[in-house]
Design a protein around this ligand. Structure first.
Ligand SMILES: [Zn+2]
Length: 460
């Protein structure tokens, strides 16, 4: 049955639209805390009906009644990817929830193994609402302003699940979203910019990689009518140089939205540039050896989702992002906690002598130089393999059509080599080669350094 014809469902959606989009702003620290406590209690109670959590909690000797406030989260065991695998598919949803009301979502599996979980129809709707919350903070009116959103519409993704299979199939009319243009980030950048140019949006949202490509194309004379006032990025980390590239090329206000497939939106940048945690929706912890880190110190993200009747996400430890919290308050006045910096996935990091770790944000910085220093998108594909603490192999596929164009392949090699050596030192061998083909399977960054004996001392 189509949920959108169900009056109960519609009235609940309307309520979320009217009240919940602005909820975070309307709460203060005290009322937010009360809200979190209650939402958390309810989630744990619900999770106890889900076999995966039921078994884990029982084994750990914790029961729903032991959980009265959000601080009690420490009593609960952390859930791993393995736990999910062991209970998928039937053990990760409550037997009380009807399966046909759920939508299956799969994580991208950039590091090999993907993971499936279930969202409910409210996840579908609210996914868009939380995005509206973010853009509203920046003055975008989602019913009025023309918006182009370049999502990942590969069949398995959260965007496909929630937007295509969820929202659009339910509303069965694109008229409702006539001020919105939905594009696919898996399409060629040249095709995408043609479409965006035709639509001439005021707001442009998409992945960092695609948006950087569009910036270069615009510099080359494509997309004269692509002049958005706002740009929102998702996906990989928006490094400062890439941010500047987007700001300068499009002359737009650029802000980052941070989330994970498992938990939905986690944080976003307000107009002051601070990363605000969606504290009424998620409760992230930042842990180092199981203990909370200090302000501005890197920790491993452990995430808890405070809503939804799909697969509960409580103390989920397998997003694998390294994030530093900021224990300060922002002048914009929004309650809840802040994030200092997002460093990216620790399973896509490289490891060096002296306990030094090069996180994806820094690797992105190095490769980003090709875009903002050399202004080139000649590199179609990159694969990085670290063989040892002192040996990195980089394989690049160069776009044949741009082969004759400047800069030369040697210049590209030299910028990368210099970038790595500045970060990791001259004693590390950087072996860069152009190849015809690379394996597209598995992660693009692989480190063969034995992590079990590696002691992390410093992120570089
Ligand atoms: Zn703020």
């Amino acid at each position: 049955m189509n949920s959108f014809y169900n009056p109960m469902f519609l009235s609940k959606v309307l309520k979320i639209y009217m009240f919940d989009i602005n909820r975070l702003k309307n709460l203060n620290e005290e009322t937010l805390k009360k809200y979190q406590d209650k939402a958390f209690r309810n989630m744990v109670k619900y999770a106890y009906t889900v076999p995966l959590y039921h078994d884990k909690y029982k084994k750990a000797g914790v029961y729903p009644d032991d959980i009265t406030k959000i601080e009690d989260i420490k009593k609960l065991p952390i859930i791993s990817k393995n736990d999910f695998d062991n209970y998928t598919p039937d053990g990760i949803i409550s037997p009380k929830t009807k399966r046909d009301q759920l939508i299956k979502i799969t994580t991208s599996g950039t590091t090999g193994k993907s993971l499936s979980l279930y969202g409910d129809m409210y996840d579908v709707v609210t996914w868009l609402f939380w995005y509206i919350r973010v853009i509203k903070e920046h003055g975008v009116n989602w019913r009025k302003n023309k918006m182009a959103i370049i999502g990942d519409f590969a069949p398995h993704t959260i965007a496909s699940g929630y937007v295509k299979r969820g929202l659009f199939s339910q509303l069965s009319s694109n008229r409702f979203f006539s001020n919105m243009q939905w594009l696919n980030t898996n399409d060629k950048p040249k095709d995408v910019i043609k479409e965006v140019n035709r639509f001439n949006p005021e707001f442009l949202g998409g992945y960092v990689g695609m948006l950087s490509h569009l910036a270069l194309l615009k510099e080359k004379g494509y997309g004269d009518d692509v002049n958005p006032k706002w740009i929102a990025t998702i996906g990989s980390i928006l490094t400062p140089p890439l941010r500047k590239l987007l700001e300068d090329t499009f002359n737009a206000e650029v802000f980052e939205v941070y989330g994970a497939t498992e938990s939905g939106t986690i944080a976003f940048q307000c107009r002051y540039g601070n990363y605000h945690i969606m504290s009424d929706l998620v409760y992230p912890e930042f842990l180092k050896e199981g203990k909370p880190v200090e302000s501005k110190e890197q920790g491993k993200l452990v995430i808890t989702k405070l809503y939804g009747k799909g697969t509960p996400i409580i103390r989920y430890g397998a997003v694998n992002d390294i994030v530093a919290p900021l224990y300060e308050k922002c002048d914009c006045g929004m309650p809840g906690n802040l994030i200092y910096k997002i460093y990216g996935r620790d399973d896509l990091s490289l490891y060096f002598s002296g306990g030094r770790v090069l996180l994806p944000s820094s690797i992105g910085d190095i490769h980003g130089r090709l875009l903002y220093e050399l202004k080139t998108n000649k590199v179609k594909h990159t694969r990085i393999t670290q063989h040892s603490l002192t040996n990195i192999e980089i394989r690049l596929i160069i776009d044949k059509k741009l082969k004759e164009k400047k800069p030369s392949v040697e210049e590209i090699f030299s910028v990368l080599r210099k970038g790595y050596q500045e970060k990791v030192g001259a004693d590390v061998k950087i072996d860069i080669k152009e190849v015809e083909k690379v394996s597209k399977k598995g992660p693009r960054i692989v480190s063969k350094v034995d992590k079990s004996t590696f002691k992390i001392k410093q992120y570089i």
